[in-house]
Design a protein around this ligand. Structure first.
Ligand code: ATP
Ligand code: MG
Length: 228
């Protein structure tokens, strides 16, 4: 991955699209400090993040929801959410955290009814909701989502995208959304980047990307999209 320059304005939804192996997950890991860039800097609201270990980033307003719903299977929904508060324990008191939880339960009511259930026994869709919720519990300014709709039934894909939109609208959270569902991602994004073998090959406002012939052919309505 080389020479990547990517900018996210406060409150924007930015989509990163690309085929399998293009480097989308790697890019998110570099942004959230799970991997270090060979050169260059990652800044959040002007602050250089490379000097901070990744566990500190939650307290600085960054939340990374990794690919593949990495919830803790042997812990309950509540316990999984509580783990997400660790990084911000000095910023929010228990009452504030409870308020955030209530907000999350308005986004995903099903999680409220399942709060005592072990995460490993949740459905795939519910686990994805929990993974996103665990990111939200730290009240991030910037949310990194790695393929939130992967492997979900169409109705759940709809729901997840609706919630992403809501998180953005209600809390003005900046969102970096990695997706193979290009059509859906561009429909809620302000701006988009197309990644191919570790390089940004096209970028622009989402409305323009949707009309771009190259993107239409490769990512919108092609076999790749139907397969996801
Ligand atoms: N730790 C690693 N060591 C060596 N190669 C790696 C490592 N992590 C990722 N890669 C390689 O880097 C490339 C990009 O991987 P990455 O996971 O970022 O792709 P992706 O765009 O997220 O793909 P997908 O859509 O399948 O999730 C792949 O070819 C992958 O095999
Ligand atoms: Mg990936």
């Amino acid at each position: 991955m080389k020479g990547i320059s990517l900018e996210i304005h406060v409150g924007d939804v930015v989509a990163v699209l690309g085929a399998n192996g293009a480097g989308k997950t790697t890019l998110l890991k570099v942004i959230s400090g799970l991997m270090s860039p060979k050169s260059g800097t990652i800044r959040l609201m002007g602050e250089d993040l490379s000097k901070f270990p990744s566990y500190k980033l939650a307290g600085m307003g960054m939340a990374h929801v990794p690919e593949g719903r990495k919830v803790f299977a042997t812990l309950t929904v509540d316990e999984n959410l509580n783990l997400g508060t660790w990084g911000v324990r000095n910023q929010f008191n228990p009452r504030q955290i409870q308020e955030t939880k209530e907000w999350i339960f308005t986004l995903f009511p099903i999680l409220k009814t399942r709060r005592k259930q072990l995460a490993g026994t949740l459905s795939g869709g519910e686990q994805q909701m929990l993974a996103i919720s665990r990111g939200l519990i730290s009240k991030p300014k910037m949310l990194l989502l790695d393929e939130p709709s992967l492997g979900l039934a169409p109705i759940l894909v709809q729901e997840i995208f609706k919630v992403i939109q809501k998180i953005h609208d209600e809390e003005k959270v900046s969102i970096l959304l990695v997706e193979q569902n290009a059509r859906k991602a561009l429909s809620i994004a302000d701006y988009g980047y197309i990644l191919e073998t570790g390089k940004i090959v096209i970028s622009g406002p989402a409305v323009e990307l949707k009309e771009n012939e190259q993107i239409k052919a490769a990512y919108l309505g092609g076999a790749r999209i139907q397969a996801t």
